[in-house]
Design a protein around this ligand. Structure first.
Ligand code: CO8
Length: 254
């Protein structure tokens, strides 16, 4: 199983992305498991807060699985991106509060997963970025939309165009994370306990109202199309081959 889930109390659930050898990167199987689990969690009336973290000490999620994406056609990439956007939208609009406890690399699709959560708590050593341009592609699980909403057009463009990796304090300054902690999971549990002591029906009404303030403007399908366009370029094949071969890519802008 690529997703591990347990109830840590009657009202709080803990979901771990469980592919530590691959830095918890998201492949199709993992997305499918996440999708199915979200459907189940939605029906658990006792569950109020879901905490998401990554298994192991190194990564929250280091992106979508590059090895699985390398040979995708544009059509396959479109399908994968649309599916990811659908699953993350389901998570964003889930009738629970979702907290990301970010315990390491939070890159590409990993940052996009975190951005679909309601609250993000980071460890001191976590690293953040949308490094897709290093692979000859763009974010395809929502960052062109959600990152822009959260940090503004200029900063989002800078992060996405440069692929720069930033540390937790810069992520805090930009508003990507809510706070930095020595132990993000235990802080997430503290916040979860506080939230579950309030009137949860009211919290969910607030979540719906806040989400609606921006979600109608989310152009996720358009992002998926732009993402898929990258898969008909030589640069995408070169970028992903270079990652797998552990070398610097030689882009030809073709
Ligand atoms: N996909 C697949 N495998 C990965 C990924 C990934 N995203 N990240 C790490 N791994 C693997 C490595 O290949 C390596 O495997 P192996 O042991 O077989 O060589 C193992 O995990 C450990 O990683 P490293 O040896 O690279 O560990 P380092 O500590 O040297 O480096 C880094 C850690 C900096 C995190 C490095 O692994 C890295 O740069 N990873 C890729 C980060 C990245 O580019 N993420 C963005 C991916 S693209 C994306 O997320 C697009 C989202 C939209 C998708 C839409 C769907 C179509």
């Amino acid at each position: 199983m690529n997703i591990f889930y347990e109830k840590i109390s009657n009202n709080i659930g803990l979901l771990k992305i469980n592919r530590p050898k691959h830095l918890n990167s998201l492949n199709k199987q993992t997305l499918k498991e996440l999708d199915n689990l979200i459907d189940d969690l939605k029906k658990d009336d006792d569950l109020l807060v879901l905490i998401i973290t990554g298994e192991g000490e190194k990564a929250f999620v280091a992106g979508a699985d590059i090895k699985e994406m390398k040979d995708m056609t544009s059509i396959e990439a479109l399908e994968f991106s649309k599916y990811g956007n659908e699953v993350f939208f389901k998570l964003e609009t889930l009738n629970k509060v979702v907290i990301a406890a970010i315990n390491g690399f939070c890159l590409g699709g990993g940052l996009e997963l975190a951005l679909a959560c309601d609250i993000r708590i980071s460890s001191k050593v976590s690293k953040f970025g949308q490094p897709e341009v290093n692979l000859g592609i763009i974010p395809g699980f929502g960052a062109t939309q959600r990152l822009t909403n959260i940090i503004g057009i200029s900063k989002a463009k800078q992060m996405i165009f440069t692929g720069d990796i930033i540390d937790a304090s810069e992520a805090l300054n930009l508003g990507i994370v809510n706070s930095i902690s020595d132990d993000p999971l235990s802080d997430a549990i503290k916040i979860a306990n506080k939230i579950t002591s309030k009137g949860f029906k009211a919290i969910i009404q607030a979540k719906k109202a806040i989400n609606l303030s921006y979600s109608k403007a989310l152009l996720l399908d358009y992002e998926s199309e732009c993402f898929a366009n990258c898969f008909s370029t030589k640069d995408q094949k070169e970028g992903m081959s270079a990652f797998i071969q552990k070398r610097i890519p030689q882009f030809e802008n073709k």
